[in-house]
Write a protein that binds this ligand. Structure first.
Ligand SMILES: N[C@@H](CCC(=O)N[C@@H](CS)C(=O)NCC(=O)O)C(=O)O
Length: 211
């Protein structure tokens, strides 16, 4: 079944882009440009009525939500070990994805999309500050996981958990956080950024920005 990934450069959809590239899947990558508000266009709302990326079209059906998409990619390309197969390791991998996609992601939204939480300018400052504090705590937690993981974050194989962690790393860089606090995680990110699949995913993003 044909695959089409809807993504926006710099967004959490990067994890899905990396997952598909790691799987060496045949897929179409369709950019949704936030700067032009394309996520709210009628044509995109027909894909995802919530106006968010990523969305993965599989034949004539559409999957939204990163965790669902990443799980689908890992299962469809099972031989690539993008999620651990051993039940406990797999559960721990999903624990990380869930914490990040539903928790850390919201903390970033509090900083970058503050108006979604409150339109009171005074309250907005505390929403932002709570985003900053909680995002840092989430990253500290990842450093602890990285320091305790000899290979990749979820086990011996690079997978969708590592792919999602690149998203969080890039956002932290955009927020100008002190990345020296994360040496163990930083080492893994450094190796991840050398992977051909990750390089191809970055190239796909760059192509949309240059276009
Ligand atoms: N829970 C969703 C969150 C998706 C989401 O919020 N994506 C952001 C990009 S990282 C988005 O599409 N934002 C569009 C907007 O804010 O208008 C997931 O994990 O896929």
């Amino acid at each position: 079944m044909e695959l089409t990934l809807y993504f926006a450069p710099g967004s959490c959809a990067f994890a899905s882009l990396v997952g598909l590239e790691e799987a060496e899947a045949q897929f179409h990558a369709k950019p949704v440009m936030f700067a032009q508000g394309e996520q709210r266009s009628p044509s995109y709302l027909a894909i995802n009525p919530r106006g968010r990326v990523p969305a993965l079209q599989v034949g004539d059906r559409i999957i939204t939500e990163s965790i669902a998409i990443l799980g689908y990619i890992a299962d469809r390309f099972d031989d690539r070990a993008l999620l651990p197969h051993e039940p406990l390791a797999r559960a721990k991998a999903y624990e990380m994805l869930a914490t990040w996609a539903t928790g850390a992601h919201i903390e970033v939204a509090k900083m970058w999309r503050t108006e979604r939480f409150t339109d009171d300018p005074v309250a907005q400052e505390s929403v932002k500050e709570s985003g900053r504090v909680n995002y840092r705590a989430a990253l500290d937690e990842i450093e602890g996981i990285a320091a305790a993981s000899p290979d990749w974050l979820a086990g011996p194989d690079f997978g969708v958990v590592d792919a999602f962690s690149i998203v969080l790393w890039r956002w932290a860089q955009r927020l100008e956080l002190d990345m020296a606090r994360y040496p163990a995680w930083g080492k893994k990110i450094e190796s991840a950024l050398e992977r051909p699949a990750v390089i191809r995913a970055i190239e796909r993003e760059r192509a949309t920005v240059a276009a």
